[in-house]
Design a protein around this ligand. Structure first.
Ligand code: FE2
Length: 209
């Protein structure tokens, strides 16, 4: 525990490893390579953008990015445990409320989200999220991890178009079903681009279609 609300880099890496090992030991973790690529990739891109953004701490951004999917130590389908909630509760119990908050907020780019945008989620997950989100204020770290979460699809760093096509395909949706998600992602992109004065795709070297 420390007074910053998030672990040191060394402890964060241990916590990340413990979550990964737990998932591998308890389930057939089919997307383990994607999980490693995604969580370390979100951490690295968050660190990079934070390094260019006034008043942000790149190491904090890295740590929060690394742990944002900690709740995936449980298989959501098999366990019925919402990964945002599992991560939130366990990191809070460890004494890291700032890292716990990211586990919650990264899944909800809009605090007052519409349940219809999360149609595949059980009602009690959404009720829990509405209740907890009512208590938080989003800051630049919440916005940053939400943004970085959008740049990864499978084993690739991608632009929004590719990311949203992937989501639509995976969940058998239509493009209009992810319209709010897209609007929030574009809002976060514009927010950081205005702060740093550089195109984010250019900064991250992501090719657009
Ligand atoms: Fe997640």
């Amino acid at each position: 525990m420390n007074d910053k609300g998030y672990p040191t880099l060394e402890t964060a890496e241990k916590i990340w490893r413990e979550g990964f090992d737990y998932r591998c030991a308890t389930t057939e973790f089919k997307v383990r390579d994607e999980y490693v690529f995604h969580t370390t990739g979100v951490a690295e891109t968050a660190q990079k953008i934070a390094a260019h953004t006034p008043d942000m701490n790149p190491e904090k951004a890295y740590i929060l990015g690394l742990l944002h999917d900690y709740g995936k130590k449980y298989d959501e389908r098999a366990s019925g445990r919402f990964h945002a909630r599992a991560g939130f509760e366990e990191l809070n119990a460890m004494g890291y409320p700032a890292a716990a908050k990211i586990c919650l907020t990264h899944s909800f780019p809009s605090r007052d989200f519409c349940d219809e945008d999360y149609a595949s989620y059980p009602a009690d997950w959404l009720e829990w999220a509405h209740r907890e989100l009512a208590k938080v204020t989003y800051d630049d770290y919440d916005r940053l991890i939400q943004l970085c979460d959008m740049f990864f699809e499978g084993m690739q760093m991608v632009d929004f178009e590719t990311r949203f096509s992937g989501i639509v395909r995976r969940y058998n949706l239509k493009l209009e079903d992810v319209e709010n998600l897209r609007k929030n992602a574009e809002r976060n992109l514009a927010y950081f681009e205005a702060k740093i004065g550089v195109g984010i795709y250019q900064l991250l070297n992501i090719k657009t279609l």
